[in-house]
Design a protein around this ligand. Structure first.
Ligand code: LLP
Length: 445
């Protein structure tokens, strides 16, 4: 393929501007942070988190909903603290996330617990913390919660999560609203489950919850799901059952490539159209839309390999640091930290990490400006489902996280040392008494 001249300007967002040809996070040059913390690393903009949160909250100013940030998207304590300071609550899916939300100062009255497989210990923790709501996804879970609450002499506020059997038209691996998915209680069973909840000790059913998937760029699936849920609310009320709350989940998509991601205001209009006059207290569980655009993953080019078939750019970040491309064929824009010359030619390249499998590929045939060893590049829209999904595969230390606010930056998770990493393992005494076999001489049989 012939190199193509560079056409559209390279741009990330107002929170990650180019100044003097250098990518900045708010007021700080990304290259300065790279020098201070080493690569790869995640970088977040506090102002971008706030802007995303405010955009969402202002769209729903009339409803004044409880906005429970989906902690799974980015659970760093400092990030949770930013959202807590903006007035957000938390949607948690494990005891670990519950502890994080509490540790970050989220009031329990703004925390809700979702998830299909909460263990008895997790239900106990949720009850003991006196959180706002527990979303129940099956009748066995409802019975287990009733038992636990009864023994503790408590009453748990519960929403029944509905599986509305709607195709979210997103990636199959992050789609949750069809009847063959593991999530929620089938439409036809909701009334019975809700009635049961009114009878069980230790349970106060307060409403319904729904979440049909993540990265929705089309509002129509929401409409179909919400219409079904609104119908259920009417039916429950017609049966004399009290329904005071509705939890509409998360899922709003963001722009990774050329998607036309819906505006929160359009989403709010749709919600208003369907639930406007129902007299329900509303909750949302947005994750990606609040955190995604606020983060970058910064990496350094280790080598550029000009193969017979293609140019391969090998960077020091890998699939263990950002797994979304490997897992969901997800696209993240890759931008140079230093802008190329105005007349630079773009040419296709594969961008890969050092992990020993072909899955460790961030981009195939991506049009990139010239990049050389030592250059910094940034993967955009990596503030959600980036650091939280990282692992130490190939014994690569977890990647550090940095929060920028104006002219200051702080490491909010340090890179663990190799000693830290090795110290997690224990060699049992019987094995430590076994001395390693002497190394064989080279060439010995
Ligand atoms: N509520 C529930 C019950 C959820 O399961 C999720 C996400 C959310 C809220 C937040 O959804 P959001 O607003 O972030 O779309 N790792 C995947 C995304 C998995 C989403 C899982 N559930 C990715 O990297 O795309």
């Amino acid at each position: 393929m012939c190199p193509t001249p560079f056409r559209s300007p390279i741009r990330v967002s107002e929170f990650f501007p180019y100044r003097g040809g250098e990518l900045h996070a708010e007021e700080i040059a990304v290259s300065r942070i790279a020098t201070a913390v080493g690569t790869p690393f995640y970088i977040y903009s506090a102002a971008a988190f706030a802007a995303q949160y405010r955009r969402f909250a202002e769209a729903f100013a009339r409803e004044r909903p409880l906005i429970c940030y989906a902690v799974k998207a980015n659970s760093n304590l400092a990030v949770l603290r930013v959202f807590a300071g903006l007035g957000a609550g938390a949607d948690v899916v494990s005891e670990g996330e519950l502890r994080r939300a509490l540790a970050a100062g989220m009031p329990p009255q703004r925390i809700l617990f979702s998830g299909v497989g909460k263990t008895p210990a997790e239900l106990e923790a949720a009850i003991d913390a006196e959180i706002h709501q527990i979303n129940i996804e099956s009748v066995p879970e409802l019975c287990r919660l009733s038992e636990i609450a009864r023994v503790r002499g408590r009453v748990a506020p519960v929403a029944i999560r509905v599986n509305p059997d709607v195709d979210a038209r997103t990636h199959a691996k992050i789609s949750t609203g069809m009847k063959e998915n593991k999530f929620g209680i089938d439409l036809g069973e909701v009334i019975a489950a809700y009635s049961l909840a009114t009878e069980l000790p230790g349970i106060e059913p307060v409403g319904l919850a729904v979440h049909i998937g993540s990265q929705l760029v089309d509002l129509e699936p929401y409409r179909r799901a919400f219409v079904r849920v609104a119908g259920l609310v009417r039916e429950l009320r017609a049966n004399g059952l009290a329904v005071t709350r509705i939890d509409l989940g998360g899922g709003l998509g963001i722009r990774y490539r050329a998607e036309d991601a819906p505006e929160p205001t359009s989403y709010a209009r749709l919600v208003r159209e369907i639930f406007g006059s129902a007299g329900l207290a509303m909750t949302f569980e947005p994750g990606r839309v609040l955190a995604g655009p606020a983060g970058l993953l910064v990496a350094r080019v280790i080598y550029v390999k000009q193969g017979a078939a293609k140019r391969i750019v090998i960077v020091d970040a890998a699939m263990n640091d950002l797994i979304r491309p490997a897992l969901y064929e997800a696209w993240h824009d890759i931008v140079p930290v230093r802008l190329p010359a105005a007349d630079a030619f773009f040419a296709p390249a594969d961008v890969v990490g050092p992990v020993c499998e072909t899955t460790d590929t961030f981009a195939v045939d991506r049009d990139l400006p010239p990049v050389a060893e030592g250059d910094l590049v940034a993967f955009t829209a990596a503030g959600a489902y980036g650091a939280v999904m990282s692992s130490t595969y190939n014994s690569r230390p977890l990647v550090p996280e940095v929060l920028v606010a104006g002219t200051r930056f702080d490491v909010i998770r340090a890179r663990p040392s190799y000693d830290d990493m090795l110290s997690l393992d224990t060699v049992p005494t019987w094995l430590s008494e076994v001395s390693p076999a002497p190394a064989r001489k080279r060439g010995a049989a």
